[in-house]
Design a binder for this molecule. Structure first.
Ligand code: NAP
Ligand code: NAG
Ligand code: NAG
Length: 270
């Protein structure tokens, strides 16, 4: 038999993958990378139907020659920011994936606008809301999603935290504890769901649409990226196409679980 000389390049071929938060930023980059890795089914989820439809059409346009290999599907919009409907919305999200399709990987990159506020302005409602999409939602995604994953070490869930989970920043006090909590959640889920693998990606500052809410003026946004870059050993904020590799790695290495993977430009060194 001929030796398999494509074993590194074909690890995700024929896989079915769900990207929650796949309509922009890091999640959109992961979606692009999955198509380039020849996955069979790519499911995209977020909270706004127009953004889902737009992301799917951009992906189909960029990868017009891949549509025979990869089935790109936008799921019905699901809001992960509402406490009362969080669990039922996540159930509905998984019910929208055709029964009979077993997933191989779930990637969670959803995040709403950041609750950056001085401590004195934080009340209980605000504090809890800061954790809704980034902390509570991935927990229930693991709870319901694990039943839709093919059993075994080949399957994975990859969650997202950020540098602030380990290195505090002023005015981020209501967000950081949830991001830190994800480190413990990742280890707990990796144990509870074994042999399914669960990992956590921790990006440093990355140039994405996330920052559009904080900097409406493109020049102010660029100035902020330049400032962030000066605090990184690489000298520049991360690019989506680089950070996305971390998620691919978490999916491909059947021996990585319960781990935090940092793609942060060495921001801890400065
Ligand atoms: N960019 C960075 O510098 C950076 C650094 C460290 C950590 N992170 C973390 O990485 C994650 C992804 O960041 P990003 O830069 O890729 O952000 P992004 O470009 O703003 O993408 C966020 C994604 O989350 C979805 N989303 C927002 N609100 C939602 C809701 N209520 N329910 C469901 N989905 C929702 C968005 O789609 P819709 O708006 O259509 O819902 C979008 O697909 C975030 O958790 C962020 O905190 C980012
Ligand atoms: C924290 O937020 C307050 C109020 O928005 C602002 O005046 C202050 O400059 C912020 N601090 C830092 C270090 O960004
Ligand atoms: C993971 O690594 C351990 C220790 O090196 C090894 O015993 C085990 O077989 C590996 N598992 C897989 C699935 O590669």
């Amino acid at each position: 038999m001929a030796p398999n000389n494509k074993k590194y390049r074909t690890k995700l071929a024929n896989a079915s993958v769900l990207v929650i938060g796949g309509t922009s930023g890091i999640g959109y980059g992961v979606a692009e990378a999955l198509i380039e890795n020849d996955v069979a089914n790519l499911y995209i989820s977020s909270s706004r139907q127009s953004r889902i439809d737009d992301a799917v059409s951009r992906l189909k346009n960029t990868y017009a020659d891949a549509t025979a290999t990869t089935n790109i599907v936008g799921l019905p919009a699901v809001d992960l920011a509402d406490e009362a409907s969080l669990e039922s919305n996540i159930k509905a999200l998984f019910e929208a994936i055709p029964s009979g399709t077993e997933l191989n990987h779930i990637v969670f990159t959803a995040g709403d606008s950041l609750g950056i506020k001085p401590l004195d302005d934080v009340d209980m409602a605000f504090f809890k809301q800061c954790g809704m999409v980034r902390f509570f939602a991935p927990f229930f995604v693991a709870k319901y999603g694990s039943h839709r994953l093919t059993p075994g070490v080949g399957s994975s869930i990859t969650l997202t935290t950020g540098g602030v989970s380990e290195k505090p920043m002023p005015n981020w006090t209501a967000i950081a504890p949830w991001m830190t909590g994800l480190h413990g959640m990742c280890r707990g889920l990796a144990l509870e769901l074994k042999p399914i693998r669960v990992n956590l990606v921790s990006p440093g500052a990355v140039a994405t649409e996330l920052w559009d809410a904080s900097f409406t003026d493109p020049e102010a946004k660029q100035a902020a990226f330049d400032r962030f870059g000066k605090k990184m050993a690489t000298g520049a904020v991360g690019r989506v196409e680089d950070v996305a590799e971390t998620y691919l790695y978490a999916m491909k290495d059947k021996n990585v679980t319960g781990t935090v993977l940092r793609s942060d430009g060495g921001s801890f060194l400065l």
